[in-house]
Design a protein around this ligand. Structure first.
Ligand SMILES: [Zn+2]
Ligand SMILES: [Zn+2]
Ligand SMILES: [Zn+2]
Length: 336
């Protein structure tokens, strides 16, 4: 595998060698299959010794942790090795229990695991960006509920665009773009879905898809793992996540969630002074993009078309507040 950069969009793309796919049975993330992911990077165990959550290298990593990026040109084009870390957070031993169905405490354990792993990966100056990605529903590579942590030798293009846009707003107004947005959404309360003392969730003004939802910490902070070092903060985010996921899982067959946070300021950049104003102008957040099925596969999203306006989506999501029956009782023997 290698990383190639498109000279037009400046986007890095991973090119796979061959199309091998992970065996579906047995699930490599279920209890009893630990030999398929032998290296434990972080785990939580119950009193009886059963693991409750594990972080391991991905059983089929897209990135390799050894060596240097070896950036090189090929005529007009740029490429580099697929250097990076690709870790998987198995969120519970239960194969068919989604994030929205997990207890709040367990979701907070997931948040804590991510915080700890991200902080550790950012110590490596080769990695310019560390982030989290979560896929749920159709088309996922591994069905077992999990999140993926990736550490990359570059800052992904969509994030670069966001960082620049936030920087421009700050230069003009001397205020954080996201703080301004949060304030307006909290005042208008037409696109807000849920909020507590620490977090707010709303459907963005120009939503790309029905029920797209963003989660922000109310208090300004640019960096996810530095903001959420204590259990209280992790609990508050867990409460918000669980409440939102339970709603979104009811109306969308699948969704993708991505964390947008500050690049690794300890990393080596060719040009020094790259992201010096981050602390003031960037504000970490989670973006959840539900996917409706069937999706018209032929359409490239050059311009997104959203069939449900965010004001209507937020109203529907507010009405779908979590009720007691969503808390399914714990099950055992959960391999599918
Ligand atoms: Zn499983
Ligand atoms: Zn802010
Ligand atoms: Zn974002």
């Amino acid at each position: 595998m290698e990383l190639r950069r498109d000279p037009v969009s400046l986007r890095w793309v991973i090119q796979a060698d061959a199309s091998a796919s992970l065996a579906r049975t047995p699930c490599p993330l279920c209890p009893g299959q630990e030999h398929l992911t032998p290296q434990t990077l972080y785990e939580r165990r119950s009193g009886s010794g059963q693991w409750l959550l594990r972080v391991t290298p991905h059983p089929r990593p897209r990135y390799r942790i050894e060596g240097l990026p070896e950036r090189r040109g090929e005529g007009l084009y740029d490429k580099m090795r697929n250097l990076g870390a690709h870790e998987i957070v198995t969120e519970s031993p239960e194969h068919d229990r989604s994030l929205g169905q997990l207890g709040e405490e367990q979701v907070a354990e997931v948040v804590r695991a991510i915080v700890i792993r991200m902080a550790d990966l950012k110590k490596d100056p080769r990695f310019r960006y560390v982030s989290v990605f979560r896929a749920h529903g159709s088309g996922v590579e591994l069905e077992h509920p999990h999140s993926q942590i990736t550490a990359l030798p570059f800052v992904p293009r969509p994030l670069v665009e966001e960082l620049r846009s936030a920087q421009r707003h700050f230069e003009r107004k001397e205020r954080c773009l996201f703080c301004d947005m949060i304030q307006q959404e909290m005042e208008q309360r037409v696109r807000t879905v849920d909020w507590n003392e620490a977090f707010v969730a709303f459907c963005p003004f120009a939503s790309r898809a029905p029920y797209e939802t963003w989660i922000f910490p109310v208090k300004h902070h640019c960096c996810f793992e530095e903001d959420l070092t204590d259990w209280n903060g992790q609990r508050r985010l867990a409460r918000m996540l669980k409440s939102l996921m339970a709603r979104i899982e009811k109306i969308a067959p699948s969704y993708r969630m991505v964390l947008h946070t500050a690049p690794n300021t300890q990393a080596k950049f060719e040009k020094p002074g790259h992201w010096t104003s981050l602390e003031h102008d960037f504000h970490w957040h989670l973006e959840i993009l539900p996917e409706a099925l069937p999706r018209p596969a032929s359409i490239l999203p050059e311009v997104y078309y959203n069939s449900v306006p965010p004001e209507a989506a937020a109203l529907r999501l507010r009405e779908l507040a979590v009720s007691e029956e969503d808390e399914a009782p714990p099950r055992s023997g959960s391999s599918a």
